[in-house]
Design a protein around this ligand. Structure first.
Ligand code: UDP
Length: 339
């Protein structure tokens, strides 16, 4: 029990404490403690807990609006957020857009070289083993998650990359790479958990490539506190524009799901249209992909459920990409307020 007697401490990790709030939710408290290199380097970063809590909250909110279900419920204080209890899947997912850290070392790439398409890696979440890299066969052999869960987790991780890469560009930051953790809610749904912060992401200034993340601590670059504050300031400044672009919708709404073949899949129809347009003199056309739009009238609009419907039925995630928008009202005469 804590001093106030109302919460139970469930777990104290390197950077966070998890409390059972006693009402079906957990509270995550973010600490200033910092560790690196499997706990071999330890220190404190002043106000890191506040920065990571508030940055994570803003990014979880953004992701929820974009159809990525997360454990985030609400912000409780500068250093605490209320979350949905999760049974953590013991697989850490790393997504990389630019070579850095262990990838640069392992593949002999110069740090800063873009990797495209993005690289997704899996690590076994085990402090005792030093989080070894694993693949889907290991996940199966160790019984860490089902194939269906891993499909979902990987699709969500790539979607998080798309959403966060765009959002970070609004903050004049480059999203180099990041680590995510997922968990199972009591109803079995997979939710994004943990945190999204300079502790778990590499952020470089878009203009100068200055590192504004935990590498300043790992590599003794100085200015660690300033880097975390800088990311918080930029995220806080951009968050209102994210909210305005996709306000939460309640009541009847229409979802429009746009489906196209993945860029890596041959699109003969698109190629034919492109050639025909060029033949008609529209030389400015440099690419065409032909897809379909599926319009759903909904009594309640939940981005998460639209994402799920798209993934499970409307699109074939192996060969197709999808995006969607939700507009208020239903039917052809709905006023189009994109959310
Ligand atoms: N990362 C993390 N926790 C870990 C390992 C990595 O949050 O236990 C993050 C790290 O901050 C970076 C990304 O995952 O954004 C990729 O890290 P990498 O494999 O390059 O390892 P590192 O160089 O950080 O040891």
């Amino acid at each position: 029990m804590t001093g106030d007697g109302s919460r139970n401490k469930l777990h104290e990790g390197k950077a966070k404490i998890v409390w059972d709030a006693g009402d079906g939710t957990y509270v995550v408290e973010f600490k200033d403690d910092a560790t690196a290199f499997d706990g071999k380097k330890r220190g404190r970063i002043r106000d890191k807990g506040r920065c990571n809590n508030l940055i994570s909250a803003a990014l979880f909110e953004l992701l929820e609006r974009e159809g990525v279900p997360t454990h985030y419920v609400r912000t409780l204080s500068d250093r605490e957020m209320v979350v949905v209890p999760l049974e953590i899947v013991m697989v850490e997912v790393v997504v990389r857009n630019v070579a850095a850290g262990s990838l640069a070392k392992r593949l002999g790439l110069e740090e800063g070289v873009p990797v495209a398409p993005p690289v997704l890696e899996l690590y076994y979440k085990s402090d005792a083993l030093g989080d070894p890299m694993i693949n889907r066969y290991h996940v199966r052999a160790l019984g860490l998650a089902s194939d269906e869960e891993m499909d979902r987790i990987e699709a969500l991780a790539l979607r998080v990359n798309d959403v966060l890469s765009r959002a970070m560009a609004d903050c004049d930051l480059r999203l180099i790479d990041f680590k995510l953790e997922f968990g199972r809610a009591r109803d079995g749904r997979i939710l994004l958990g943990d945190e999204i912060s300079p502790d778990t992401c590499r952020f470089w200034d878009a203009a100068t490539n200055e590192k504004l993340d935990k590498d300043r601590f790992r590599r003794d670059l100085g200015g660690v506190e300033d880097a975390y504050e800088q990311v918080l300031r930029r995220v806080t400044a951009a968050a209102p524009t994210w909210r305005a672009a996709r306000p939460a919708v309640s009541g009847p709404a229409q979802a429009r799901v746009y489906i196209t073949l993945k860029k890596t899949v041959l699109d003969p129809q698109g190629a034919a249209v492109e050639n025909a347009l060029k033949a008609l003199g529209y030389g400015e056309v440099s690419g065409v992909r032909v897809g379909k739009v599926i319009i759903l009238d909904l009594a309640e609009a939940s981005p998460e459920r639209v994402e799920e419907m798209s993934r499970r039925l409307l699109a074939n995630p192996v060969i197709e990409d999808f995006t969607f928008e939700i507009v208020r009202g239903t039917g052809a005469r709905s006023h189009s307020v994109p959310v």
